[in-house]
Design a binder for this molecule. Sequence first.
Ligand code: CAA
Length: 291
Amino acid sequence: MEIARIGIIGAGQMGNGIAHVMALAEYDVLITDISQEALDRALEAITANMSRQVGRGKISEATMTAAMDRISTTLALADLGRTDLVIEAATERESVKQAIFEDLVPHLKPDTILTSNTSSISITRLASRTDRPEKFMGFHFMNPVPVMQLVELIRGIATDAETFAACKAVVDRLGKTAASAEDFPAFIVNRILMPMINEAVYTLYEGVGSVRSIDESLKLGANHPMGPLELADFIGLDTCLAIMNVLHDGLADTKYRPCPLLTKYVEAGWLGRKTQRGFYDYRGDVPVPTR
Ligand code: CAA
């Protein structure tokens, strides 16, 4: 099927990044959120990120103008009924996602493909709450979306071959690479990445190293672009904890036990960059380790 119009639910960091790359790939994009402020902030973020790409000679001014013209916003979820592919990128909470799908489904065209950018929740279970499990799948981007090359595509138990092929064609048109992952807790990237981040927090908790020495070790000793604690702050400590809980509950193995220190940071509301404090404090000119 021909995909021309893409609906994005959620105007946060992932939603605006997805809108950014879709508009540059010449798709018409409609973003929805429950907050007008969030929609306005998303347009500002996309403008700033595309301007940076213009500044670095990656795209032309004309390309940016044309891409921005393809993006519109709405507060009405029902407006997404006109789109060919919907990517849900709302809060990483199953009850929130299910409520959104229940509200959206009555407005959708019969052939609209419905996807979720979930980083860990069961695609099969989300699909089962919709009227179209065969046209439902996981479409998982990495952060920052305009920079990261990978998209994980996750089939639920009922996803049909046409739906997978249509989503794969979208990833190809974005110039990104699709990795096909089976629908088991946290798929591929987070199944491997999150236990590493959780282990870094244990390493801190047990006093083996400081925030700075742990991050330097992985940057200089394993050539990671960011240290694991810096990366955790970048992803959001609440998201990291939620994914560890999905692994722990879904695979019932104690090796996925979330580190108590990670839980404590989340309880404190120190969620990383988005709250200006996590393993680093971002309120000054340079990030300062909090331990
Ligand atoms: N939009 C557009 N471009 C962006 C951008 C954005 N939001 N953020 C960064 N960039 C671009 C910059 O313009 C720059 O472009 P050039 O190469 O043309 O100069 C390039 O990215 C590098 O950026 P910076 O020079 O500012 O910074 P850096 O070299 O330190 O790189 C980084 C930043 C790309 C984020 C790098 O540190 C990195 O790759 N970090 C690891 C990120 C990662 O692992 N992401 C996956 C997280 S896991 C996930 O997302 C899955 C999940 O479900 C939780």
